[in-house]
Design a protein around this ligand. Structure first.
Ligand code: RB5
Length: 162
């Protein structure tokens, strides 16, 4: 099977980039299996073990994979989701959102056009995390007034003063 649609309303995700430090490694592996079971292709940027590593490298790798279009969307995981999301958000064009429940994951896509989901491997259990992933991947950007606001975020990125 090649490209699989997650939901009737959601984006058709061809490839998802995953990245985690040691604090997110186990959840990354669970998400990888989950996505593969749905027929979704995964680009795994590491890490590959529980050995301590520096989360910015993985936030950057996923951010770059998304902005270079090697993947449609990304998922980054560290202990809390915080550090790795901060790193991913430094890659121009990345809008990474830390989510601990599904409502925020839906809004992150619908209103903020988030292109990276950040999760905390030491915060969110696997079952809830997989629900959050499914909602994030199934939700489309609403556009309209939200597009104007997202464009203002991009203007800040370009160094403009609002
Ligand atoms: C690593 O111990 C931890 O600091 C990291 O996984 C993450 O939570 C940082 O934000």
């Amino acid at each position: 099977m090649s490209n699989v649609e997650i939901s009737q309303s959601g984006v058709e995700c061809v490839k998802i980039a995953l990245g985690a430090d040691h604090g997110g490694y186990e959840l990354k592996e669970a998400i990888k299996i989950h996505l593969k079971n749905k027929g979704i292709e995964v680009l795994d940027t590491g890490t590959d073990s529980l050995e301590s590593v520096d989360y910015p490298r993985y936030g950057f790798a996923v951010g770059e994979a998304v902005t270079t279009k090697s993947a449609e969307l990304g998922i980054v995981i560290c202990g809390t989701g915080l550090g790795i999301s901060m790193a991913a958000n430094k890659v121009p064009g990345i809008r990474a959102a830390v989510c601990t429940e599904a409502y925020s994951a839906r809004m992150a896509r619908e209103h903020n056009n988030a292109n990276v989901l950040a999760l905390g491997g030491r915060v969110t259990g696997v079952g809830l995390a997989l629900d959050i992933v499914d909602v994030f991947l199934a939700t489309k950007f609403a556009g309209g007034r939200h597009a104007r606001r997202v464009e203002l975020i991009t203007a800040i990125e370009r160094g403009e003063k609002l």
